[in-house]
Design a protein around this ligand. Structure first.
Ligand SMILES: C[S@@+](CC[C@H](N)C(=O)[O-])C[C@H]1O[C@@H](n2cnc3c(N)ncnc32)[C@H](O)[C@@H]1O
Length: 233
């Protein structure tokens, strides 16, 4: 019998936003796996830290700090190979994933490499999108409205076109792209509708109008924008 791979969503940062199923799987896991930017602490591990039992084996997937795809893909190849060995031995592996595993989640890279050979269960988590909207008290979409989710690294022209056509909008992966995204929103006259949310649900959380956002944003930041004024009243 081979083991089962669990891809477990941890929510956006506050450990209280983890599902009971995720918490149980982490506490009982013989082996945990999680990605960490090389040389940095793993955010996913930090969210789950209080639940990890002493003696749990940990597979750290070191992701190199580069925007090129190939080195990260090689790191996931190596991580998947180590996880596969444990699964072959009949051990279950619980993979930690910030937010939801299938919403821009790192678990997708392991799922793609292992799901054709092993039993996999995906445990959904509270995504950063819904967490940021809740913390900003910004209802996102109702009735037949459309929600657009954009990654901040997209080129300016594509951002401009997609933002112009959007009703309700979230821009993820803001980080070092903040200045550029701001310029695109300014050009469309939308800055005053936009809310900046940084490290939602964590003690260092920051929420403010985009116009008041800091010059430098961390990776864990998002811009939310709805175009109507109190559209649900
Ligand atoms: C690779 S995606 C991971 C998304 C995650 N799987 C989820 O379900 O939310 C990382 C991006 O999610 C957003 N994000 C994740 N956690 C966040 C938080 N606590 N506060 C604000 N944005 C967050 C940021 O835009 C960040 O750049």
């Amino acid at each position: 019998m081979t083991g089962t791979l669990f891809g477990v969503g941890l929510g956006p940062g506050d450990p209280d936003l983890m599902t009971r199923k995720a918490a149980r799987l982490i506490a009982e896991a013989p082996i945990l796996a999680y990605p960490a930017l090389k040389g940095a602490d793993s955010f996913a591990r930090a969210i789950a830290a209080d639940l990890i039992s002493p003696g749990t084996e940990e597979i750290v997937i070191d992701i190199p700090m580069t925007t090129e795809r190939a080195p990260a893909q090689a790191a996931y190849d190596a991580g998947a190979a180590r996880i596969a060995e444990a699964l072959e031995d009949g051990q279950d592996v619980v993979c930690l994933c910030e937010g939801d595993p299938f919403f821009y989640g790192s678990f997708m890279y392991l799922h793609a490499r292992l799901s054709d050979r092993f039993a996999v269960e995906v445990v959904p988590g509270v995504s950063s999108l819904t967490a940021c909207a809740a913390r900003a008290q910004l209802p996102l979409v109702a009735r037949n409205e459309r929600m657009t989710v954009l990654p901040g690294p997209l080129p300016d022209e594509e951002l401009r076109q997609r933002i112009a056509g959007a009703e309700s909008l979230a821009i993820l992966k803001v980080g070092r792209h903040l200045k550029r995204i701001r310029a695109v929103l300014d050009g469309l006259g939308l800055t005053e509708n936009a809310i900046y949310v940084e490290r939602a649900t964590l003690p260092e959380e920051r929420i403010c109008p985009l116009a008041d956002a800091p010059e430098n944003a961390p990776y864990f930041s998002m811009i939310l924008l709805t175009k109507g004024a109190d559209p649900w009243l």
